[in-house]
Design a protein around this ligand. Structure first.
Ligand code: G3P
Ligand code: CA
Length: 281
């Protein structure tokens, strides 16, 4: 095989298509909260994806945005606060206001989780932990903190670490070669259409095991090249049956969806059709 992916053993290596809850079941409950994570598993997700940031005191916590406004209602940067302060902030009120048809009273009490709480509660599942840190000087500290918790909870075979910051993934591999990693390539990174050769080279250079593409980058040629180098390929965000069928036809390993229950049902129906000799792609 040409130089390419690592093949670190883990839950996302080999096998059929996984349905992963993107920020949990974030279409039905406030993203990156226990409510969204628990619902994802109730709805039959194979795993969850969530975002990990580094609090001022060096504790990793689970939150998407660099600012607190959108989901915690505080007009301030997020990472400048201590984990104790962040853990006291409510992160579900916005969801009830934005999606009144899906609002639940109990979402009002959802708080920002720490990574440790997520590992404690869901460590038996497949967990995609996406490191986010705009301050490049703090990225190595985030990688170290994530690896330290993975080791403390014995989750090297359960957690796959993702990031757009590929140097951070290289740092994870340097510290813990036994942890699987996924290199992220988004719509706007580094320009609208990212060449396949660039994706493969960047993923190879940071020692990743998997390539995670925004759906706008999902091309047959890219997937074939990635598979040819031994990478598992993942795509986000997949919320429709048509996108799910395409992911399956291309032999992807995982789809990240805001509606894991809907995708699970759709995938099960496709599998049943396939078993009955029906057309799948
Ligand atoms: O895991 C891929 C995806 O979550 C990256 O985009 O903005 O949803 O974190 P975002
Ligand atoms: Ca994410």
């Amino acid at each position: 095989m040409k130089r390419g992916a690592r093949t670190t053993p883990g839950p996302s290596q080999g096998g059929g298509l996984l349905v992963i809850g993107h920020r949990g079941a974030s279409g039905h409950a406030p993203e990156n909260t226990h409510a969204a994570f628990e619902l994802a598993f109730e709805h039959g997700a194979d795993g969850i994806e969530f975002d990990v940031r580094l609090a001022r005191d060096g504790v990793p916590y689970v939150f998407h945005d660099a600012r607190l406004e959108r989901t915690a209602g505080v007009a301030h940067d997020a990472d400048v606060h201590s984990s104790t302060t962040l853990s006291q902030m409510y992160a579900g009120h916005w969801f009830n206001r934005r999606f009144p048809n899906r609002a639940q009273m109990e979402y009002l009490w959802e708080k920002i989780p720490t990574l440790e709480q997520v590992f404690e509660r869901y460590g038996q599942h497949t967990l995609y932990a996406e490191m986010k840190c705009e301050d490049v000087s703090r990225q190595p500290a985030l990688a170290r903190a994530v690896v330290e918790l993975i080791h403390r909870y014995g989750l090297a075979r359960r957690v796959i670490v993702k990031s757009f910051a590929l140097d951070s993934l290289a740092e994870v591999k340097r510290l813990a070669p036994e942890v699987r990693t996924a290199a992220l390539f988004g719509r706007s990174w580094p320009r609208p259409l990212v060449p396949t050769a660039h994706i493969i080279a960047e993923a190879t250079n940071c020692g990743a095991d998997e390539i995670s593409l925004h759906r706008s980058l999902l091309r047959e040629k890219t997937v074939e090249a990635a598979h040819g180098r031994g990478f598992e390929v993942l795509v986000w965000t997949v919320n429709s049956p048509a996108a799910l069928r395409r992911a399956r036809a291309l032999g992807l390993r995982a789809v990240f969806t805001d509606f894991p229950g809907y995708l699970r049902e759709t995938l099960d129906a496709l599998l049943a059709e396939g078993n009955a000799g029906g057309e799948i792609a």
